[in-house]
Design a protein around this ligand. Structure first.
Ligand code: SAM
Length: 204
């Protein structure tokens, strides 16, 4: 699969994301724990699972599907979290079908920046059960650069070619067209005046 994410080393990504002036790995871990506590799902799908941030909270969930485009990331996840209830799936969310159904909760943390909303949201609506939840986290830059400067950020520069800022109104319109209703919203402040925004939507 040709994608800039396949050029990224997991250690560069995780070292960058956990630097004190970025703090996103730690904040996303906290958010993931809360997403699971809030909905106590029997079945859960992670879109763009990267190195498995938050999978430690999944031990007691019936079925977990962790999807990513980067096979090396998934291989590391398998070593870190060899739980029998987690299936690791190598897919490009923009082009591949998901082949899942009756899911309680879909978590999409910091991945819509790399996805085509018009293509991926209808796919998510097909795999969720009625009343199921899609919980999305995206970054608000507040006029700062998308990737903060760290000693690792040059290694992530190629992602500039494929990333876009998530536009909340645009996202919301597509979600409503696909039978989703907004149920909650939370903001998580970050260093550098940035913000992670979590919005949860229920499928009607
Ligand atoms: C910023 S990271 C996600 C962080 C992670 N969800 C967390 O909570 O720490 C984005 C992830 O999405 C994956 N990704 C990007 N585009 C993708 C695509 N088209 N299909 C599947 N995975 C994709 C990348 O490989 C990467 O692991």
């Amino acid at each position: 699969m040709t994608n800039e994410w396949n050029k990224i080393k997991l250690s560069d990504y995780e070292n960058h994301m956990s630097e004190p002036n970025v703090l996103q790995l730690q904040t996303l871990n906290r958010i993931t724990q809360k997403q699971i506590i809030d909905y106590n799902p029997l079945s859960l799908v992670f879109l763009g699972v990267a190195g498995g941030n938050g999978l430690e909270y999944c031990k007691d969930i019936g079925q977990v599907f962790a999807i990513d485009i980067n096979k090396n990331f998934l291989d590391t996840c398998i070593k870190r979290f060899p739980y029998t209830n987690i299936e690791y799936i190598h897919k490009d969310l923009n082009t591949d079908e998901l082949n899942l159904k009756n899911i309680d909760l879909v978590v999409a943390n910091l991945v819509f920046e790399y996805l085509n909303e018009e293509i991926v949201i209808p796919k998510i609506s097909k795999i969720l059960k009625s009343g199921g939840i899609l919980s999305i986290v995206f970054q608000i830059d507040n006029n700062n650069s998308f990737v903060s400067k760290t000693k690792y950020s040059d290694k992530l520069a190629c992602l500039d070619n494929i990333h876009h800022t998530v536009k909340e109104n645009y996202l919301q319109n597509i979600l409503e067209e696909n039978n989703f209703t907004k149920v909650s919203e939370e903001n998580y402040p970050l260093p550098n005046n940035k913000l992670l925004k979590r919005i949860d939507y229920k499928l009607r």
